[in-house]
Ligand binder design. Sequence first.
Ligand SMILES: Nc1nc2c(ncn2[C@@H]2O[C@H](COP(=O)(O)OP(=O)(O)OP(=O)(O)O)[C@@H](O)[C@H]2O)c(=O)[nH]1
Ligand SMILES: [Mg+2]
Length: 694
Amino acid sequence: MLNIAVAGNPNCGKTCVFNNLTGARQHVGNYPGVTVELFEGFTVINGKRFHVTDLPGTYSLTAYSKDELVARNFLIDKKPDVIVNVVDASNLERNLYLTLQLIELKIPVVIALNMGDIAVKKGFVVNPSRLGAMLGVKVVETIARNNSGMEELKTACSEIISESLPPRTIHYSSEIEDCVSDLEKILSGKSFFPHVPDRWTALKMLEQDETVISCLKTSGSSEKLFPVLEKYIQKIHDLTGDDSETAIAEARCAAASGIFRDCVSISKIGKRLITEKIDSVVCNRYLGPLILVVIVYMLFTCVFKVADELQWIPLFNGEWVSPVGLFSTFFDFLSETASTYIKSDILKSMIKDGIIGGVGGVMGFVPLIFLMFVFISALEDSGYVARIAFILDRLLRAFGLQGKSVLSLIVSGGLGGGGCAVPGVMAARTLREEKDRLITILVTPMMNCGAKLPVYAMLIAAFFPDSRGQMMFLLWALSWAFSLMAALFLRKFIIAGEQTPFVMELPVYHMPAFKNLFIHAWSRTWLYIKKAGTIILGINLIFWSMMYFPHQDTVPDHAEEQLRHSFAGRTGSALEYVSKYIGFDWKINIALIGGFAAKELVIGTLGTVYSMGDDALENPEPLSAKLSASKDWSPLRAFALMVFVMLYAPCMPTVAAIRRETGAWKWAVFSVVYSTTFAFVIAFIIYNSARIFS
Ligand SMILES: Nc1nc2c(ncn2[C@@H]2O[C@H](COP(=O)(O)OP(=O)(O)OP(=O)(O)O)[C@@H](O)[C@H]2O)c(=O)[nH]1
Ligand SMILES: [Mg+2]
């Protein structure tokens, strides 16, 4: 099967093109660094199937950060049959810098000249046929957001393959060309990199590309090759006054600028874009942070009002409920039905306590999660998220992080409370400095991810029903405060080192498309539902059996005693020696052990615990009602628990991601130990200081 690779600068619309070609629904966002791994899909052109790969964005094939390395290694090792180079027409000159390097690979290239709509607003008119002729590639104009130009793009791909049209060679200055051609001769026939032309390898050697050089070194060819290379590097330095890396970069910039001038006419020296006007307010030093806080506050109050507080859905019996209330009414009904019709005790307990009590609790918050995702997608797609990185850079710098870390924190829930730490940990790939990346990875799991949200929502509904939005806002602020504290601590004591400066482009704002918002929010919500129906269900059943066995039938009216003597109950009780200092009893301990597998299981397991430990089996009530009626619980305990859940050990999938992304178990284990200790200390302070003052 033939392979198409979609490559280009960050945020130029690659994933949009990829989704259009393959029908996939990969994440598109209006900020650089959305895609950090390879996505694969298929498309059919003229009855033939093509394998399509979406690459992370990169400015150059000399990779600096991990996501750029992913893109570059793919192109070099996999040698696709055609590269679809998505180019942002409103930023053509800079985008051409990468295009020039792509055509050096001598793989057929089709340029998708994207974002023409924005280019026109900026006053650029690009001549596509001229561009194609200069580079020896096909150029197709596209507006990926509107799915326009895709058929032409497909046709161009299939044509260029059948014509096997190689791109043109762009020649640089004679000083460089002399050295390149000499190196090429030495390299010829050696096949160090079988899939790329020797000219590419020669150029990369002169650019002193670390990966290429270390590859050549390990292949044992260093004795002959490297003295020659040293000589040429010196020669270029003598002739141009620059080191060879800079000289080549400058030569490419000059070529890109020449092509740009040749193919683009600037129709009007643009009137100030709306984007600039908005940014002068939104990115203002003083107003910026204020606006950010107001937006997040409104986000929480709106989402909680609509999904959980306001009772705007009529029921058959004349009562009114909120969307979350509707879901919980439904699960209560299921639970009641199960109690009535199932006779076997063990089966009844399994279905009612293990499945409905556990999974139902997690599912109940689907409306809230969905609404949260809609709002967050809107902020992502508008381009505001990139501004948050910009606004917070200064603040984050003081705490040992940097602007780009914001994207990781936001992906894992830093904006609202819908997110996941696994992609958050992966998003840290865009950070170039290893230590910045490590610190970001270690604090990212402290954000309020989508799995912690139902835990908060349930406890807030039970103990702070009159100020739901405000409580969530407080927890949001605390999650940032604590992760910044943790970052500072790590930077000071564990991972000291220089901080790197922050560079990120601010994309043009646009109006989010409503259809996309809903598709996007739904696909994220669907993942949540699937997780609840599979992993959460499975682990919940394991926990249920640990709570059910060993079972004694002799004490029918002592459900709580029975539970305490189960395997899980005994473990939870053993942990009370420590947890009593932060006010947690054995029941909470069981839930927290469950939460290590996945944070939703904190309520899943708590639901099961309270359902099983309840003697009044025939009268099911929502978990929040049970907790607020229980004499063991208080708002203080609920609050300490929420903060503990926010901070303690990342869930298992996140720990695995940390292991993958850092390449070391050491950091994975460290993340569990340090965050649990941190959580304990903070919960201890909250629980005890509040008790002293009251
Ligand atoms: N105005 C306009 N916007 C576009 C066009 N194509 C894509 N976009 C928007 O540009 C933004 C970036 O799109 P993505 O597909 O995520 O870009 P990407 O190149 O995959 O970005 P990274 O994965 O971060 O490298 C999104 O908000 C898209 O909706 C276009 O032709 N015109
Ligand atoms: Mg992408």
